[in-house]
Design a protein around this ligand. Structure first.
Ligand SMILES: [Zn+2]
Length: 467
């Protein structure tokens, strides 16, 4: 996906020895894993994590970018969270610092247009872009720096999402949210004090984003079993191998404890690396994210605020888990396919027009849907294949998925939403979203399996959705 980076300087992950927060043994394993995999990134040169990492920003920038003017990109909130302190550290060290500040209200929209405008600002020579912020800012700067042909540095201000280390930027293009391939940051500098000072809701969003990898893994297992997309030997363990460990202390996330935040942010970073290595977001994103993206494309608000990506994923995750729990009770090995449930491409087009009012979104959804459409003969083959693989597939899914009650308990303990109404989504809206979600990506998930078998309606009426 990326050509090898010309800069062959030594790459490393540093957990500084003088950290004030002793690593728990489990965190040591995670730190080691990160240290093992960062050097395999084609772009990321260093991930530096420490309890007062910001003090090291000047020296780290000098090492990775040389002495140039710095442009700090933040919004009014992230400026107080870390931007101002970053400016002080840099100026003390003799850096000339420019700042580019977005308003906190309204927040900048993650659109390709905004990212292109930003890109023009970053083009000038000898300017090091340093983004101090979270999801949207990170996506905007990642795309803008990539288009401007620049490496950049990322200073996260909350453990709120999985995109810091990923090679994709999720931006809307004419209303349709897609993941654009870009380069991740050259340097990620994580100050655990800043993460700990972030509102606890923001860490719960990151926790929700990470919890979504449980059903996303189920979707990949289905695609693997049907021979559609094989499980990757590197990306899979990187995300799934440590998921339970990274999710194991939700109370610590709620309280902002450094050890818990450290394991959460490393879990999120490993996910980002897995996406870079695999070349797509498959290792980290399935039906749970498709559901979330629908609400993001709707600019869904609750109490006057845009609902965050992680909160949307939390509900997308539990909705998908409910569908899995229902599916695992179905004796699919004896499934009798009802041919009248077959949907032609024209049927799907009608459904898409009905579900997506924006013409451009409907057009893009149609393109994605055509990529995975099966003709009637093919669908019967698919059903036969599913019946054959089901006993084994079922046990693989059972081994992989956590019980939904457990996941719900964990998410609630982390302070993430566990019912759709908590983010202002009604039962009708949730069901409509679940029906719509499979149309926005060609990626095969449980939603396609339910659709192709004609079981979607039954599943939606019987599954214990998180209402
Ligand atoms: Zn995500």
């Amino acid at each position: 996906m990326h050509s090898p980076h010309p800069n062959q300087e030594k790459k490393s992950v540093n957990q500084a020895d003088h950290t004030h927060n002793e690593c728990k043994p489990s965190n040591k394993d995670l730190v080691q894993l990160l240290a093992e995999f960062v050097p395999k990134s084609q772009i990321i040169r260093e991930v530096f994590i420490d309890s007062s990492a910001l003090k090291n920003l000047p020296e780290k920038l000098l090492h990775h970018f040389g002495q140039s003017k710095v442009i700090l990109i933040a919004d009014e909130n992230t400026w107080s969270a870390g931007g101002l302190a970053a400016q002080n550290e840099l100026q003390k060290a003799g850096y000339v610092v420019e700042k580019l500040l977005f308003p906190a209200n309204p927040q900048p929209r993650p659109t390709i247009e905004t990212a292109r405008t930003l890109s023009d600002e970053l083009r000038s020579d000898n300017l090091i872009p340093v983004v101090v912020g979270t999801g949207v800012l990170n996506d905007l700067v990642k795309f803008a720096a990539f288009k401007a042909g620049k490496s950049y540095c990322c200073v996260p201000t909350a453990a709120s999402m999985d995109g810091y280390a990923s090679a994709g930027s999720v931006l809307s293009d004419q209303g349709f949210k897609i993941t654009h391939n870009c380069a991740p940051p050259k340097l990620i500098l994580i100050d655990l004090d800043i993460l700990g000072a972030a509102p606890s809701a923001m860490s719960s969003w990151g926790y929700g984003d990470l919890a979504g990898k449980v059903p996303a893994g189920g979707d990949w297992i289905i695609a693997d079993s049907l021979g559609l997309e094989n499980i990757d030997k590197i990306a899979w363990p990187l995300v799934q191998g440590n998921l339970r460990l990274c999710l194991e202390n939700p109370e610590g996330i709620r309280k902002g404890e450094p050890e818990s935040l450290q394991s959460l942010i490393i879990g999120l970073l490993l996910t980002g690396l897995a996406m870079e290595f695999f070349g797509s977001s498959r290792p980290a994103s399935g039906a749970d994210h498709q559901i979330a993206h629908i609400w993001e494309m709707e600019h869904h608000q609750f109490n006057g605020q845009l609902v965050s990506h992680g909160a949307c994923v939390s509900i997308g995750c539990l909705s998908t888990m409910a569908l899995y729990e229902w599916l695992l009770q179905q004796p699919l090995e004896r499934f009798a396919y009802n041919k009248s449930n077959y949907k032609t491409m024209e049927d799907k087009e009608t459904e898409i027009q009905c579900l997506f009012r924006e013409p451009e979104i409907a057009r893009r959804a149609l393109v994605e849907t055509k990529k995975k459409h099966l003709e009637s003969g093919q669908i019967e083959e698919r059903i036969d294949q599913l019946k054959n693989v089901w006993p084994k597939l079922k046990s693989r899914l059972q081994n992989h998925l956590l019980p939904t009650t457990k996941l719900k308990y964990l998410l609630e303990a982390a302070n993430a939403p566990i019912r759709a109404y908590q983010i202002g989504i009604s039962e009708e809206h949730l069901k409509k979203t679940i029906r719509a979600a499979r149309f926005i990506r060609s990626r095969y998930t449980i939603l396609d399996l339910l659709d192709q078998t004609g079981l979607m309606d039954k599943a939606l009426s019987e599954a214990q959705l998180p209402l």
